[in-house]
Write a protein that binds this ligand. Sequence first.
Ligand code: 3PG
Length: 320
Amino acid sequence: MNEILKQIADVGVVPVVKLDSPDQALPLGQALVDGDLPVAEITFRTDAAEESIRRLTGELPDLLVGAGTVLTVEQARRAVGAGAKFLVSPGFNPSVVQFCIANGVPVIPGINSPSQIERGIEMGVSVLKFFPAEPSGGLDMLKAFAGPYTGVSYVPTGGINAANMKNYLAFNKVLAVGGSWMVKPELVAAGRFEEISRLCREAVMGALGFELRHVGINEPDADTSLTEATLMCDLFGFALKEGNSSNFAGTAFEFMKTPYLGMNGHIALSTLSVDRAVAFLARKGIGTRPETEKRDAEGSLTVAYLDREIGGFALHLLKR
Ligand code: 3PG
């Protein structure tokens, strides 16, 4: 996949930003970075777009800046000239798509019908904006698209919010979701950048969807593992499940038959996307133990241990 599109997938959320003045650009961009959401789609809905993109790309190197609502080739040219790294449009405009292909700029054109998807496929576009997502039939519509069109992924946008984003992101044809709910124009106009950061952080955590899956406890040998797992079941009413390398008491407690990673054991966290979780944690300076990584047939990570322990427990990521 194109490196820019991969960066978008690794964040999972694209804020759709409308700025009335270029003076709002840097505080807004900083609020996104502070909220762990280092992507912005600056829309050409106002005259401030071009200069805002120029300032953001010049001053905030950690922010991936694209242009949105690109309706004409002229706007596409201005956006790219100002430094936009990707372009998004609400509909499928072949001239804009052609310009982007010719200039090697990733483009995410809007579609909401099979015919439009086929135009995209014909022109070699593999990521499409599903717009407006909710009024066009939402996740059910997208799942129906995925039947005939297997090689395409989508950025649903339009009516997405903190509550419904997770359902979209749990579908493997969804590269990321887009929306304005965390960068509402009224918040920008009122200079409420801390609130924007809070909403961004909430969106990012929603895209990661971390949940505690189980606690793994290192035992010295198989006999002790079984004795302790059985005790846990007797005391608290869990069902015993014997396995090859460990025994489970219910689903929350795993008793290893030989000591594995972590001084005391491991904490397993499930996530909507291990790739996205690994990218997020890398931005926090935490890496994985490469020998523990597992991938599915499509190359997506399903399992990884982190190179950091907490409280003597290794941290184990699992795809939900
Ligand atoms: C867009 O053009 O992408 C939409 O305006 C974003 O939709 P939303 O405001 O419903 O999030």
